[in-house]
Structure formats: structure tokens, C-alpha cells
Design a protein around this ligand. Structure first.
Ligand code: HEC
Length: 116
């Protein structure tokens, strides 16, 4: 039964290795979005709001829906941002309001140990 035991150990080692590699991949993919949680609208925010500047400038702020809507208007009016389709605009604003709001933003800073 000795060889069986080695087989089990080797299998376990492969499983640990595979999960380490997969976890590394997942972390990398998440990093693309700078820690923004996966939800409808994330892709649109990354594409539309990362087009002219880094997404970092977006995730650094925490705004209410009104705050984001004002910023978006400013982006349209002063920064020559092309108008988004109404559906896309709603997706983007909903996502930002929910996941990059004043509270979620503070929570993220707390998670990183910047705020208590
Ligand atoms: C067409 C280009 C363009 C697009 C697209 C764009 N931005 Fe901007 N944005 C800018 C420019 C340029 C600045 C910097 C202006 C400055 O600092 O003078 C800026 C600055 C910002 C700032 C910093 C404002 C501050 O407090 O100084 C935020 C936040 C921001 N953008 C959010 C967004 C969001 C959210 C989106 C997507 C909905 C977006 N941007 C899409 C051009 C763009």
C-alpha cells in the first residue's frame, strides 16, 4: 500500500499547486479593476472611465449618485467625453453609486489600513 500513499501525496501536491496558480490568476484579474467588486456595470466603468485616465482616479473617490452624475456631466462638458447611451449611463451610475459610494469608499480605505 506504500505506492498508494505516495500517489495520494503526489495528488495532494498537484492540487495545492493548481489552486495556488488559479488563486494567483484570480488575484491578477481582480487587480485589473483595482479591487472593484464584480457586478453588472463594472466592465462598463472600467472601459468608459478608464479610457482617458487611469481607473485609479475613479476608485480614489467615493461619491453619491448625484456626485457621480455631476462628475459625469463635467466629463461630458469640459473633458469632451462622448455621451454614453442612456442604458450604459444608468449602468455606470448605478455601479458607481453602489460600489464607489462614500461608505464603500471608506470601507475600502479601512480594509487597506488607511482609515480606522
Ligand atoms: C474623454 C476623456 C474622459 C473620460 C472618458 C472620462 N474622464 Fe474623468 N477626467 C478626464 C480628465 C481630462 C480629467 C482631469 C481633469 C483635470 O484634472 O484637470 C478627469 C478627472 C476625473 C476625476 C477627478 C476629478 C477631480 O476630483 O479632480 C474623476 C473622479 C473622474 N475623472 C471620473 C470619471 C468617471 C467616473 C468617468 C466615467 C464615467 C470618467 N472620468 C471618464 C477625462 C475623462
Amino acid at each position: 500500500m506504500r505506492s498508494f500513499r505516495y500517489l495520494v501525496l503526489a495528488g495532494a501536491a498537484v492540487a495545492v499547486l493548481a489552486s495556488t496558480i488559479l488563486a494567483g490568476r484570480a488575484a491578477q484579474t481582480d487587480d485589473e479593476y483595482l479591487g472593484l467588486p464584480e457586478a453588472p456595470g463594472r466592465e462598463e466603468v472600467a472601459i468608459y472611465c478608464g479610457a482617458c485616465h487611469s481607473l485609479r482616479i475613479v476608485v480614489q473617490q467615493g461619491q453619491t449618485r448625484e456626485g457621480w452624475a455631476e462628475l459625469l456631466d463635467w466629463m461630458y462638458e469640459e473633458q469632451d467625453m462622448p455621451l454614453l447611451e442612456p442604458d450604459d449611463e444608468k449602468l455606470v451610475l448605478d455601479y458607481l453609486a453602489k460600489h464607489v459610494g462614500p461608505d464603500t469608499h471608506r470601507q475600502r480605505l479601512r480594509d487597506r489600513g488607511v482609515l480606522r
